[in-house]
Design a protein around this ligand. Sequence first.
Ligand SMILES: *Cc1c(COP(=O)(O)O)cnc(C)c1O
Length: 408
Amino acid sequence: MPPPADAPRLDRFSLPDAAGHFGSYGGVFVPETLMTALQELAAAYELARKDPSFQAELRHHLKEFAGRPTELYLAERLTQHCGGAKIYLKREDLLHTGAHKINNALAQALLARRMGKRRIIAETGAGQHGVATAAACAKFGLECVVYMGAHDMERQALNVFRMRLMGAEVRGVEAGQKTLKEAINEAMRDWVTNVRNTHYILGTAYGSHPYPMMVRDFHRVIGQEAREQILAREGRLPDELIACVGGGSNAIGLFFEFLEEPGVRLTGVEAGGRSLTRGEHAARFAGGRLGVLQGCKTFLLQDADGQIELTHSVSAGLDYAAVGPEHAFYRDRGRIDFASASDDEVLATFQLCSRLEGIIPALESTHALVHAVKRAQALSRDKIIIVNLSGRGDKDVQHVAQLLGATA
Ligand SMILES: *Cc1c(COP(=O)(O)O)cnc(C)c1O
């Protein structure tokens, strides 16, 4: 969808404004006790982003510890199978700890050290952000406390063990649904109490300013690399980029570099769950509306009274009631399109990609693959699609085996 003819020219660097607004989305919605911490963080980040020595140090660790740059890989057999556009995979699954999340965790740990804060807290749902944060903290010798819903701790026992192996303390949260939303509440409570020596490493492009901007910036490297790689390989820009959207960090990281390229279609894929009826999915743009949750004004799944609705997805990483504010903004402008993939489609494509490519994708990333397969089939062979393979599926194989009734 092209932007309306009267829309001002897009300048991706003009957002957010100084108060963290992406148009009518974003902002800062926290108790007064956290305002100082957020302002201090915004100021420290502003200095760091302009400081060549911070950027150089970050680049060094991203290379040596995390394993950047990641390959842009032509999925030949998947492409053949679809019979249309070429499908390239941006291999964030090859990063240390198995997903894109390490880009942000490493960068924020460096920033915390620079701010003189030696205690780190984080929230985690499936455990991927917790594992990335625990790894970064071990590397820099920082104390690490990870909040995790008690229910998630049961479901993701292996990731709990990984975090503890790397020296993190994992605190179970017994409130409410005992999942991600409650873990974030608890992390914010800790931050209010311990803000003098503590930095909160939020795991996605969500929350109060400066988090959505900062987390986006720390993932922009994905799109910067992809742009260079596709130009070197194909001599031109791709026709379409596809990424899954939980909070939105891997997607905005890939998309940002291409926002002002009108010839490149950008599509985010949300969790379609069991169906698009209330409580059965996490597709915020298919049933959500404007509201405020955990510090941020954005699209969210809520009932008539504004209470947050239950969500469901086969992938824990996409199972959240709200979406990052920058995505809501660009959707309104018609610059980023959104689609959803159902649990069943995801299970089928998880197996398809494993069998055809020898690559087991994370269930989250598989949502993007589902849509990419549909698009590749619809497009001609001279078109190019890049899919962000945000993580690897090793963490998911046991869950999938159970769902398929196999033994593992
Ligand atoms: C956490 C996670 C996601 C979802 O988070 P975003 O911030 O939307 O990127 C997607 N893929 C993987 C592999 C994840 O671990």
